[in-house]
Ligand binder design. Sequence first.
Ligand code: ZN
Length: 250
Amino acid sequence: MTLYFAIVSFVVGSVFGSFINCFAWRITHHESILKGRSHCAVCGHTLGALDLVPIFSWLFLRGKCRYCGEKISPRYMLTELLLGAAFLVSFLCFGFRWEAPRLMALSVALLGLSLVDLEIQEIPDGFIIYGIVLWAVMLPLLPEPVKALWQGLLSGFLIGGGVLLISLVMDKVLKKESLGGGDVKLLFMVSLYMSPLAALFNLVLACAVGLLFVAALKNEKIPFGPSISLASFATVLVGERIATWYLGLF
Ligand SMILES: [Zn+2]
């Protein structure tokens, strides 16, 4: 039974991965999100059902378009694999509790905004609003909704406000923009999902992941959104357990 739902989680995740990848691509290329069928980015040929099976299509076609033979970026397969894994891990960690679909729905937005941020160094407000609405809608379904409400709000305003203040001071000192406004809004949104201690842990983790990316890719211009997203997924997944364990040490 668990195995069945684990497989279903992965498959559903990879389908959403395929969808959000296309969605992000259309945002960055200013194409209508609702109109038009999926098509090859090079030749424009409309894709058939066989071309749209997550992961497998890319593998069977060996990363090439069936119609023009042009290479298809591994980004398609990687995003599908990534979100499939995110859904699978969410299910394995939370099982049949509401936290599982909550984290799955959040991870769709985190992946989408990361893809957009990587391409145009911008985080559209729509992703932030989606995250805030999702948080509010899922609140009553949590085991302790009142606690989750005030803790989330406290985390959001502490982390979001704190980072905004620091970045404003840094801007004055360095005389250039240190942190994008989108990053501050994103930190506010993801912190809603966390207790204050976990949110602080998340901020440190996001910076560590960001530094790791900069060091590994030897590129200082890497957007911060993907690092915040990656850290936040991990924190919502296991952050509370680590925070509880940490507090237990004292
Ligand atoms: Zn093509």
